[in-house]
Design a protein. Structure first.
Length: 121
């Protein structure tokens, strides 16, 4: 699963850079903002690849189902982090948003490659 390794590596690398620049006071908030989108992006990627390998015609249905699950999970994650983890809202939300957008852009590129592989055969 090279795409998962790329998503994780890019996330950890950018977190290390952001942590070095941002300072000790917000490192944890940035990390927690990254972990939710990373975990869910990696999980949905694994589910999508498995569904595509088993039955490519079901990929859209699987993606729609995953979208509903992600809505609930992201809402719960943000609520728990802000209420229970005592994160600073601004760095957490900025990090969460940046990783959410970045990881789903990566996921779209990987999906394009996956679909192109099938048509190249």
């Amino acid at each position: 699963m090279k795409p998962i390794a790329w998503m994780a590596g890019a996330s950890v690398g950018t977190w290390l850079a952001a942590a070095a620049v941002a300072g000790a006071g917000v490192r944890r908030d940035i990390l927690l903002g990254m972990l939710g989108p990373l975990a869910i992006a990696c999980g949905t990627w694994a589910v999508m690849v498995r569904a595509y390998r088993v039955n490519p015609q079901r990929l859209t249905a699987v993606m729609m189902g995953a979208f509903g699950v992600k809505l609930v999970l992201f809402g719960a994650y943000v609520a728990v982090m802000i209420r229970s983890a005592a994160v600073q809202p601004v760095p957490f939300v900025a990090s969460f948003t940046a990783y959410f957008i970045g990881l789903y852009a990566l996921e779209a590129l990987f999906l394009k490659r996956l679909l192109a592989e099938r048509h190249a055969r």
